[in-house]
Design a protein around this ligand. Structure first.
Ligand SMILES: [Ca+2]
Ligand SMILES: [Ca+2]
Length: 84
């Protein structure tokens, strides 16, 4: 993951971490989904923001740390580059 992309993910993490505990939980991710610009996307799919926890929670604590989110976004970045 390039440095700029990592900074964007870190900024996104800080913005979504509403209680500043350095983790993203399902409540915070659901809040992003309900109140963010992505709301219309999630209305048309069975995927939800809290699915990131199911897919990328490496330590099984039911929340995402910044490294776990970086892994999730890095995997997404690879898929985009590979499809071009
Ligand atoms: Ca939090
Ligand atoms: Ca975790």
């Amino acid at each position: 993951m390039c440095a700029v992309y990592r900074l964007v993910v870190a900024g996104m993490f800080d913005y979504y971490d509403k209680n500043d505990d350095d983790y993203l939980d399902s409540v915070e991710l659901d809040d992003v989904e309900r109140h963010g610009y992505l709301q219309s996307v999630f209305e048309t799919t069975s995927c939800h923001m809290h699915d990131f926890i199911i897919l990328q929670d490496a330590d099984d604590d039911h929340r995402l740390s910044l490294p776990e989110l970086n892994t999730a976004m890095g995997n997404r970045q690879k898929k985009v580059y590979n499809s071009v």
